[in-house]
Structure formats: C-alpha cells, structure tokens
Design a protein around this ligand. Structure first.
Ligand code: ACO
Length: 434
C-alpha cells in the first residue's frame, strides 16, 4: 500500500504522508500542506475531512458496521447494559465487577442535584423545551463543582464522568416534571441507572411507578445504542469546544445544543411528528413520499438517510426488533408503527431512495418505543443526549490526553469584498446600496 500521496500544484510536486487506521481507513495527511504550498483544502460540511485520530468507535458505513472499542454493537446490545457500555467507551475496556460496582456507587453518590439548582428550574417557563433546560443546567452544574470542572487530572475523570451521567439524568427528569407541573421526584438509590430515571419521571409522591422490566430494558437499550457514533455533529462540537480547553460540563452542554437540530438528534422527535401528520391527513404514506422526492417541498423523510451509513444503520435493525417486542409485551398497538413500516417498505423499493442509498437510521423507530414508554416527543432528543453522554466524555478525554494538543481552528476561502474603505456617516447617503 502506498505510504505517500503526490500532489502537483503550480508545477511543483508535494509528497504527503498517507495514514492508515487499524481497520484500514486511509487518509492523506495534509497537516503541512499550507506551510509547504500555500494551499488549503476545501471541504464544506467536512464529508471528506478526518479531523482526528480516535480509538473509540469504528463505523463502516458501506457494510453497516458499528463497533464500540472493537466490540460489535449487536454484541453490546445483547449482552451489556448502558452503564457498563458507558464505562467501556469512556475508559477503554469492559469494567471488572469491582470497577463496575465502584462506578455505580459514584453514580449513586452524585445522583442528587444541589438543592439550589431547583431555583434555576423555576425560572424556566413550563413550555420551555427540555433540550434548552438540559444544556443550560449542565452548564450551571459546573458552578456547583468548580474544582472538578476545572480539573484536567486523569484521576478526576471518573468522578467527572459519574457526575455528568448521574446529574444529567436527574436534570432531564426534573425538566420533564416541571413541564407537566408535577412535583419533582428525587432519585432512589435502590434502583439502577435506567430504572431510577423512570422512577424520577413517572412516580408520584404518593404512588411509586410500577417498574416494568421490558420498559427498563427497552430504554436502557436506547441509551446503549446512542452511546457513541464517532465524529457526528454533536461529538465534533464537543471536541471543538474541548480543544479550546473549556471544562467538561461546558463541552457536554455544547454537545446538547448541537444535538438538538432536526437533522441530527432532533430527528427522533421530527419522525413522530411526521408520522402523526401522515396519520391525521389520512394518507397511507404514498403522498408524503411523493412530497419528499420533490426538492421544492422542503420535506425529507425524517429518520432516513445518514452521512456515513450507505447501508442499513445497524442500530435501526436492533431498535426495530425491540420496538416490535415491547409493543407485543405491553399489548399495545400503535398506528404510527404501521405507518412507519409501510413507509420503510415503500422507500426501500423506490428508486429515489435506492439510488441515493437512503436507509432507516437510528431515529426511525426509537420514537415509537419512547411513545410506548409514555414519553412525550419533546423528551426524545433529551433521551438521545443522556445516551450520547459517554461518547462525548470519551471524546473530551481524547482531546485532553492528546500528545499533540492544538486548538481546532479550520480555515476558509474568503469570497467577500476585497479592500474597501470606511465611509463617513455624512457621506453614506450618497453611497449606492449594494
Ligand atoms: N429524505 C429525502 N431525501 C433525502 C433524505 C431524506 N431523509 N436524506 C438525504 N436525501 C437526499 C438529498 O436530498 C440528496 O439528494 P440529491 O443528491 O438529489 O441532492 C441526497 O439524498 C444526499 O443527501 P445529503 O443531504 O447530501 O446527505 P447528507 O449526508 O448531507 O445528510 C442527513 C445526512 C442529514 C442525515 C440526511 O439524510 C437527512 O436530512 N435525513 C433526515 C434527518 C435525519 O433522519 N437525521 C438523523 C440522522 S442520524 C443522527 O443524527 C442520529
């Protein structure tokens, strides 16, 4: 295999190193290109840009492969739990029993929010989107752990990770309760991570939520399947913010903001809204598919397509199975599931989607599970954010521990006015509007 690439510019030849990853990914290293030649590369939306070397997650989008630190997502989904997966992603190995128990104890230790945080919740309107509350409150958490937030010591990472994972879950539950005008329910150390979250969401002061093992399993699986996904929009944002040496809470809050948009984590909410619109209009899905193929309609088939997967998103397969299983155990019918399945079948047989290699992504069926659990659509992306927290922390850690730390700072090709002089106010009325 070639070890250098040759690039000819203005009659000069430059030799650029070729980097090969452990799974055979190849890249031309252009780090020195501008210094040598005066040229930069242009790659709007970064579809061809490797921004880092990373040991966390491997994706082969053509083959539909996803692995967390080498372990296939299917194995993790079948055998692991969200917290064990989180440990594996953040610290680089599956925990021993002792490590897992120590980490679980830390999660319990930090599950309560500082009482003063309650006043912050009261300041938000009850109609406030929980993603706004989540990002604001994660940032606020740094004020209650100032030393921990500032620390870049490796030995503090375990506590930072536990604080973030535990507090984010409590914040998310409190935000939900506030939006419903319900009293807050404190975490109960008797429960494990996901069951505790359900307890905080759905228990009442006078009546405990009836814990259904299938629901706990389904929600834990959703967290696990979202735990990391290499350099997606929110994770790349986290790395960008971390490269400026912002603290881990600020990085996670930035990740939440980046995740919110409907082309990224907000797609799970958008899928359910789309399916609901189709249902209410009485369409069997075919009119909507026509609309989606018309570029002027501004519509997309939400939950379909992916920058990296040009094959079935392996997470979507697992989620679809879990969705069928949960609805059958709960003996629930959801008309939106039927619409989703019809849409999927029609799309997978439609040349528009086939030619563009558009398949269901993780968001296509996850919303139907969350609806069955009783979560409102505005909480779906919050669930995604809780799940993605381990990936953000692990990527933050890679930036922190990089042997060659350097602030992320892309360049641009300027296309604005060339040199243009200041005009005094008095003369501006005579300046033609451009
Ligand atoms: N519905 C209809 N057409 C689509 C869709 C879709 N969901 N996705 C892509 N296309 C079309 C585009 O219009 C484009 O067509 P063209 O070549 O005729 O111009 C072609 O497929 C390629 O699409 P791009 O926009 O270039 O793909 P990109 O990699 O930039 O976008 C994205 C990926 C944002 C996920 C896109 O597929 C999309 O908008 N999907 C719907 C939103 C969604 O589900 N997002 C969640 C992604 S997964 C996640 O973040 C967890």
């Amino acid at each position: 295999m070639t070890t250098t690439a040759r690039l000819e510019l203005d009659g000069k030849v430059y030799e650029l190193p070729v980097i090969v990853g452990s799974e055979g990914d190849k890249a031309v290293d252009i780090t020195k290109l501008r210094d040598l030649s005066g040229y930069i590369t242009l790659d709007p939306s970064y579809a061809n840009t490797g921004s880092c070397l990373s040991e966390i997650t491997f994706i082969d989008g053509e083959k539909g492969i996803l692995r967390y630190r080498g372990i296939p997502i299917q194995e993790m989904a079948e055998k692991s739990t969200f917290i064990e997966t989180a440990y594996h992603i953040i610290f680089g190995h599956l925990p021993t029993r002792a490590e897992l128990s120590e980490f679980s104890d830390l999660l319990t230790k930090y599950e309560l929010l500082h009482e003063d945080m309650k006043y912050h919740f009261e300041g938000f309107p009850t109609t406030g989107h929980p993603m706004a509350i989540l990002s604001a409150m994660i940032n606020a958490t740094s004020c209650f752990f100032p030393d921990l937030a500032r620390s870049t010591r490796r030995e503090d990472l375990k506590v930072q990770a536990a604080v973030l994972l535990a507090q984010v879950r409590t914040i998310a539950a409190f935000a939900y309760r506030r939006s419903r005008g319900l009293p807050t329910i404190y975490p109960n150390p008797m429960y494990k991570f996901t069951a505790n979250f359900l307890h905080m969401l759905f228990s009442l002061p006078n009546k405990d939520y009836e814990m259904h093992p299938e629901i706990v399993k389904a929600l834990d699986l959703i967290f696990l399947l979202h735990a990391d996904h290499e350099q997606n929009c929110s994770t790349a944002t986290v790395r960008m913010v971390a490269s400026g040496q912002a603290n881990v809470f600020a990085c996670a809050a930035a990740g939440v903001c980046a995740l919110w948009g409907p082309l990224h984590g907000g797609a799970n909410q958008a899928v359910i809204e789309m399916l609901e619109d189709i249902r209410q209009s009485g369409d069997d899905g075919s009119n909507f598919l026509k609309l989606v193929k018309d570029k002027n309609s501004g519509k997309r088939l939400m939950g379909f397509g992916h920058r990296v997967y040009k094959n079935y998103d392996p997470r979507a397969n697992i989620i679809k199975r879990q969705c069928d299983e949960l609805l059958s155990v709960l003996r629930k019918d959801d008309p939106l599931l039927d619409i989703a399945k019809r849409l999927e079948e029609a799309a997978l047989n439609d040349p528009y989607f086939v030619e563009r290699k558009l398949y269901p992504n993780v968001d296509f069926y996850s919303g139907i599970i969350m609806r069955a659990i009783g979560l409102p659509p505005e909480m779906f992306t919050v669930i995604f954010a809780i799940g993605r927290m381990p990936g953000w922390i692990a990527n933050y850690r890679e930036i922190l521990e990089s042997p060659t730390p350097r602030i992320y700072r892309p360049r641009q090709i300027y296309t604005g006015k060339t040199l243009n002089h200041y005009v005094d106010k008095i003369q501006r009325s005579s300046v033609p509007v451009q």
